[in-house]
Design a protein around this ligand. Structure first.
Ligand code: ATP
Length: 978
C-alpha cells in the first residue's frame, strides 16, 4: 500500500477528526448519496495541491472548510493529512514514511503546507508528487465525470491524460514556463532595443558636446594658469609704474614747492629791493641837492681862493722879503692845515676800514652759525615730514603687516558677512588710545563676522590662497563679560581708578555685545602704582591697563615697557596729530632762521660794499696826503729862503679862514660824493638784482607751468594705471578668488610677451567653441555607461533567449519521444484490455495529426464483437464508459500508478460489465493501490476492505469499516429510504 492513512478534520462534511487507515490494496468506499464519499477524493486532491476551486466543487477555497449544519456550528479551519509509505521511494525524498498536510484558516484565508510536519511551500508538495502519477491531471483520481468527459471530449482534449501518463506534463509545464519567460524576455528585449536606439541617438551628439566641453575646460584651465601669471605680471608692472609715477609726482610736487617758495622769496626780496631803491633814490636826490649846494659854495670859495692866490702871486713878485716871508708863512700854514686835514681823514678812514673788517668777520661768523642752525632745523623738519608720510600711509592702510587680515579686507566684497577689524570698529576716546590698545592686545587685529558660517567661509578662503592665519569673532557667539557689581563699587572708591575699558570706547550699536565681550571686564587706571593697588583690592580678578599702556594681568603678572614705533592702529591718528603740530612749530622756526640768515647775508654784503668804498677812498686820500705834504715841503723851502731863522709857530688857522672852510667843504663834498656813489652803486646793484630776479621769476613761472603740466600728465597717467591695477586686482579676486600674494606664488616662469599672446589666442579659441554644455562629459559618461550596460544586457538576454529556445527544442524532442513511446505502449495494451472487457473485438488509438506529435489530438476507433469499426462518440453511454475504462486500464498497464482513486467510474455499466470491470481491477493488486467509491455490489465484492460513510448526525460525515453484506444492505436500505 502506498497511501497508508488519511486524517480529516473540518474538511467539508468531515467536521470531526476522521481517520481512514488503508491496510489492503483495493479499498471500497460505500455509502448513500450525499454522505460525503467524494469529499474524501476532494480531500486527497486538496492535500496534493489542487488549486482549482471548481475541481473541488466550490465557489471559493474556504468552501472546503466545514460550514456547519442544523446542529453544528461551522469550524474555522480545515486540515487533511495523507500518510504515504515511501519504502519504494516513489516520492522524491529520503524518508520511509511521508506525511503531507494542508491547512486552511477561514478568517485569514491563509493556507499552510507541511511535509513531515515541517512547514513548506505548495511548490515543494508539487515537486514531491511530480512524476509519481499523483499530479493534478493524472489518472490517480478518476470520477464518473472524468470517464464520460473522456469519451465525449474532442481528440485534442484527450491529450492531457496521455501526456500525464507519458510523464511529459512536467516538460510541457516547463516549456510553458520557458515560453512565458521567453515572451517576457522578448518584451524586455524589445524595450531594451527601444532604449538602446534612443541612447544611440543621444550618445553621439553628447560625445561631441563632451569633447567640446573637455577642450573648453582644458583651454580654460590653461587660460586661467597663464592669465593668472599675466595678471600678476601686469599688477607687478603696474605697481612699479605707479610707484615710479608717484615718485615723479612727488618730485614734481617738491620742485613746484621749491619753485613757488623761490618765487615767493624772490618776490619779497624784489619788493624789499624796490623799497630800498625808492629810499636810495630819495637819499641820492637829497645828496645831489646837498652836493650841488656844497659844490656852489666850494666854487665861490675856490674863486675867492684863486683871486687870493693871484693877489699873493702878484704880491710875492713885487713885495719885500719881509712881506714875502709873511705871505709864504700864511701859505705854509694853509698847506700845513690842508695836509693835516687830509692826513686826519686818511687816518680816520684807516680806523673805519679796520672796524668794517672786524664787523664783516663777525657777520660772517654769525651767518655761519645761523646757517648751521637752519640746516639742523631743516633736518628735523625733514624727519618730521617723513614720519608724517609714514603715519599717513599707516592710517590709510593699517594692516600692512597682517597679511591674512589684509587679504580678507581686500576680498571683503566677494566674501559674505565680513564686518571689519576690531581696531576699525572701536574708536577710543582721546588720550585713551594706548590704554584701549593694551586692553585689546592681539584682539585688535581680529576680524568680526556676522556668524560662524561667514567665519568658516573666510577661513576656507585663507586656506585656498595660503594667505596666513587670522582670528575671527562671529557676532552670534560673543558672550558679554562684565565686572561684578560689588567689585565695581569697590573700585570706584580707589585712587587712580578711571573706569571700565568699555566706558572709553565708542562703537556702533551692533557691536555693543562685542565691546562688552572684549573690554567689559578690563579696568583702566591712571598709573601702574594705582593699577597694582586696584588689582590687589580686587584680588587679581581683572586685567588692568594704565594710560601709558602698562598692564596688570588677571592673576597679577605685569606687562609693560616701551617699543620704538610701538604704534597700533588706534594710536596712529593721535601720533599723526602730534607730528603735524610739531611740524608746524618746526616749520615756523626754520622759516625764522631762514629770514635771519637772509638778513645777515644782506648786512654782510652792505658792510663788504662799504669796506670796498672805504678802501678806494683810502687809496685816493693816500695820494692827496702825499701831494699836500709835498706842497707843504716846497712852500716851507721857499719860506726858509726869506726867513730862515724864524721858527714857525704852530698857530692854527681861523675857523672862517678860506682854506679851512674850503677843506671842510671838500671833506664834506668827498663824503657826500662817496655816500652818493655808494648809494648809486647800491641802487644800480639793486636795480640789476631786481631785473635779474624778475627774469629768474619769469623763468621760474615758466618752469612752474611746465612742471604743473607735467605733474598733471603724471597724475592722469597714474590714475589710469591705478584704474587698470584695480581692475586686475578685482579680476584676480572675483574671477580666481586669489589674493595677489598667493597668485604671485603661482606665477609661471615664462616669457610674458608670449604668455600675453597665448592668452589672446586661447580667448579666441574659447569663443570660437561657441555654446558649451559643461554637464556634457558627465552626461555622456552616464549615457555611454548605460548604453554599454544595456547593450551587454541585450547580449545576455539574447544568449539566454537562445538557451531557452535550445531548451524548448530539447524539451520538445523529449516530449515527442516520450509521448510517442507511451502512446504506442498504451495502444499496444489497449487491444488486449478491450478484448477482455468487451469479450472480443478490437480497439485502436490513433493520432489525428501524426505530423504534429506535440499538439495532435487522440482519437479511438473501436470494433466491438460483431460490430463494425466506429468512433468512440458513436457508442451508447455505457459502451462509451467501458471504452474509456479500457483506455484507463491500458494506461495503468503501460504506466504503473502507485494509487488510483475511482469515484463511481463504473456507474453507467450494466451488472455483467461491472463484474468484468471489478475483476480487472483485481489484476492490478500488488502493483497499484485502489480506492474505489462505489454503489455497485459487483465492485464491492472485489474489494479487500470496505468503509462506510454515514451521516448519523445531519450534515456531519462519519466513517466506519463494514462487511460486504452490511455494505450492500446499508446501500439498499438507504436507497429504499431515498
Ligand atoms: N463545507 C461543507 N460543510 C458541510 N458540509 C458540506 C460541505 N461541502 C459539502 N458538504 C456536504 O457534503 C455532501 C456531499 O458529499 P459527497 O458529494 O461526497 O456525497 P457522496 O457520498 O459522494 O454522494 P453521491 O453518492 O451522491 O455521489 C453534501 O451533503 C454537502 O452538503
Amino acid at each position: 500500500m502506498f497511501l497508508k492513512r488519511i486524517e480529516l478534520q473540518g474538511f467539508k462534511s468531515f467536521a470531526d477528526k476522521s481517520i481512514i487507515t488503508f491496510d489492503s490494496d483495493v479499498i471500497g468506499i460505500v455509502g448513500p448519496n450525499g454522505c460525503g464519499k467524494s469529499n474524501i477524493n476532494d480531500a486527497i486532491r486538496w492535500v496534493l495541491g489542487e488549486q482549482s476551486v471548481k475541481s473541488l466543487r466550490g465557489n471559493s477555497m474556504s468552501d472546503v472548510i466545514f460550514n456547519g449544519s442544523a446542529q453544528r456550528k461551522p469550524v474555522n479551519m480545515a486540515e487533511v493529512t495523507l500518510v504515504f509509505d515511501n519504502s519504494r521511494h516513489l516520492l522524491n525524498v529520503d524518508f520511509e514514511e511521508v506525511e503531507v498536510t494542508r491547512r486552511l484558516h477561514r478568517h485569514s484565508g491563509e493556507g499552510e503546507y507541511f511535509i513531515n510536519k515541517t512547514p513548506c511551500r505548495l511548490k515543494d508538495i508539487l515537486n514531491l508528487v511530480m512524476d509519481t502519477g499523483l499530479g493534478r491531471d493524472s489518472l490517480s483520481i478518476i470520477s464518473q465525470g472524468n470517464i464520460s468527459a473522456f469519451a465525449d471530449a474532442k481528440p485534442e482534449e484527450r491529450r492531457a491524460l496521455f501526456e500525464e501518463a507519458a510523464g511529459v506534463a512536467k516538460y510541457r509545464k516547463r516549456k510553458s514556463e520557458s515560453l512565458s519567460k521567453l515572451h517576457r524576455m522578448e518584451e524586455n528585449l524589445a524595450r531594451l532595443e527601444d532604449i538602446i536606439i534612443e541612447l544611440e541617438r543621444q550618445v553621439n551628439p553628447l560625445k561631441r558636446q563632451a569633447k567640446k566641453a573637455e577642450i573648453y575646460l582644458e583651454k580654460k584651465q590653461e587660460l586661467e594658469t597663464i592669465e593668472v601669471s599675466v595678471l600678476v605680471d601686469e599688477i607687478e608692472t603696474l605697481n612699479e609704474s605707479i610707484e615710479m609715477l608717484r615718485k615723479k609726482a612727488f618730485d614734481f610736487e617738491a620742485q613746484k614747492a621749491m619753485h613757488e617758495t623761490t618765487i615767493q622769496v624772490a618776490d619779497t626780496k624784489n619788493q624789499e629791493l624796490r623799497n630800498e631803491m625808492y629810499q636810495l633814490d630819495r637819499e641820492i636826490n637829497h645828496l645831489q641837492g646837498e652836493f650841488a649846494k656844497l659844490n656852489e659854495e666850494s666854487r665861490i670859495l675856490e674863486t675867492r681862493k684863486v683871486e687870493l692866490d693871484e693877489k699873493r702871486k702878484y704880491a710875492l713878485e713885487f713885495a719885500s722879503n719881509a712881506e714875502k716871508a709873511k705871505e709864504l708863512k700864511t701859505m705854509l700854514e694853509e698847506a700845513h692845515y690842508e695836509y693835516e686835514d687830509r692826513n686826519k681823514r686818511f687816518k680816520d678812514l684807516e680806523r673805519d676800514i679796520a672796524l668794517a673788517k672786524e664787523n664783516l668777520q663777525k657777520l660772517e661768523a654769525d651767518l655761519a652759525s645761523c646757517m648751521q642752525e637752519y640746516t639742523q632745523a631743516a633736518n628735523i623738519l625733514n624727519r618730521l615730514e617723513n614720519r608724517k608720510s609714514v603715519l599717513e600711509n599707516l592710517v590709510k592702510e593699517p594692516f600692512n603687516h597682517q597679511h591674512a587680515v589684509r587679504a580678507i579686507l581686500d576680498a571683503k566684497n566677494t566674501l559674505d558677512g565680513i564686518l571689519g577689524v576690531v581696531s576699525q570698529i572701536f574708536k577710543p576716546q582721546t588720550n585713551y588710545e594706548t590704554a584701549i590698545s593694551s586692553a585689546l592686545g592681539g584682539a585688535m587685529y581680529h576680524i568680526v563676522t556676522k556668524d560662524e558660517a561667514s567665519a568658516r567661509h573666510a577661513i576656507g578662503f585663507l586656506k585656498r590662497n595660503q594667505s596666513g592665519r587670522a582670528t575671527f569673532l562671529p557676532l552670534t557667539v560673543m558672550k558679554p563679560r562684565r565686572m561684578q557689581r560689588e567689585h565695581e563699587v569697590l573700585a570706584q572708591n580707589l585712587t587712580g581708578y578711571l573706569g571700565v575699558a568699555t566706558d572709553f570706547t565708542e562703537c556702533e550699536e551692533t557691536f555693543y555685545g562685542l565691546r562688552e565681550s572684549l573690554l567689559g571686564n578690563v579696568i583702566v587706571a591712571d598709573n601702574l602704582v594705582n593699577a597694582n593697588e586696584i588689582a590687589k583690592v580686587l584680588r587679581y580678578n581683572y586685567k588692568i591697563v594704565t594710560l601709558e599702556g602698562d598692564i596688570v594681568n588677571k592673576g597679577g603678572s605685569m606687562t609693560g615697557g616701551k617699543n620704538r614705533n610701538a604704534s597700533t592702529p588706534m594710536t596712529l591718528q593721535k601720533e599723526l596729530t602730534q607730528v603735524e603740530q610739531s611740524l608746524e612749530g618746526q616749520r615756523l622756526k626754520s622759516e625764522g632762521l631762514y629770514q635771519q640768515q637772509q638778513a645777515l647775508s644782506a648786512k654782510k654784503e652792505a658792510v663788504r660794499a662799504s669796506l670796498v668804498q672805504m678802501q678806494i677812498s683810502h687809496a685816493q686820500l693816500d695820494q692827496i696826503v702825499k701831494a699836500k705834504w709835498s706842497k707843504y715841503e716846497h712852500l716851507r723851502a721857499d719860506y726858509e729862503q726869506y726867513a730862515p731863522a724864524e721858527e714857525l709857530s704852530d698857530t692854527s688857522l681861523l675857523e672862517n679862514d678860506l682854506v679851512v672852510r674850503l677843506s671842510a667843504l671838500h671833506s664834506r663834498l668827498d663824503e657826500v660824493a662817496a655816500t652818493m656813489k655808494a648809494k648809486r652803486e647800491r641802487r644800480m646793484r639793486a636795480g640789476s638784482e631786481v631785473e635779474r630776479k624778475e627774469a629768474s621769476i619769469r623763468q621760474l613761472r615758466r618752469d612752474l607751468n611746465v612742471l604743473q603740466n607735467e605733474e598733471r600728465e603724471v597724475e592722469v597717467a597714474k590714475a589710469k594705471e591705478e584704474t587698470r591695477l584695480e581692475a586686475s586686482m578685482e579680476r584676480l579676486s572675483s574671477t580666481y578668488e586669489m589674493t595677489f600674494e598667493y597668485a604671485q606664488s603661482q606665477k609661471l616662469d615664462t616669457d610674458m610677451k608670449e604668455a600675453r599672446k597665448k592668452v589672446l589666442q586661447l580667448r579666441e579659441e574659447i569663443s570660437a567653441l561657441g555654446n558649451i554644455n559643461l554637464d556634457a562629459p558627465s552626461e555622456y559618461q552616464e549615457v555611454r555607461e548605460r548604453f554599454e550596460f544595456l547593450t551587454h544586457q541585450k547580449e545576455d538576454l539574447q544568449q539566454a533567449k537562445s538557451k531557452i529556445l535550445d531548451a524548448i527544442d530539447e524539451m520538445d524532442e523529449i516530449m515527442v519521444r516520450q509521448f510517442k513511446a507511451m502512446f504506442d505502449k498504451i495502444n499496444s495494451e489497449l487491444n488486449d484490455v478491450f478484448r477482455s472487457l468487451f469479450g472480443g473485438g478490437k480497439a485502436r488509438l490513433f493520432l489525428v495529426d501524426p505530423s504534429d506529435i506535440l499538439n495532435t489530438g487522440i482519437d479511438i476507433d473501436v470494433q466491438p464483437p460483431g460490430k463494425t469499426v466506429q468512433n468512440i462518440r458513436l457508442f451508447s453511454g455505457g459502451e462509451k464508459s467501458l471504452i474509456a475504462i479500457c483506455v484507463l486500464f491500458s494506461i495503468l498497464k503501460a504506466r504503473t500508478m502507485p494509487l488510483c482513486i475511482f469515484d463511481e467510474v463504473e456507474a453507467a455499466l450494466d451488472q455483467a460489465n461491472v463484474e468484468r470491470f471489478a475483476k480487472y481491477i483485481a489484476q492490478f493488486r500488488g502493483e497499484s493501490q485502489f480506492i474505489v467509491v462505489t454503489h455497485r455490489p459487483g465492485t464491492m465484492a472485489q474489494c479487500d476492505a470496505l468503509y462506510g460513510v454515514t451521516m448519523q448526525q445531519n450534515g456531519v460525515s462519519q466513517l466506519l469499516k463494514v462487511k460486504l453484506q452490511d455494505a450492500i444492505n446499508f446501500i439498499d436500505k438507504k436507497e429504499v429510504k431515498a
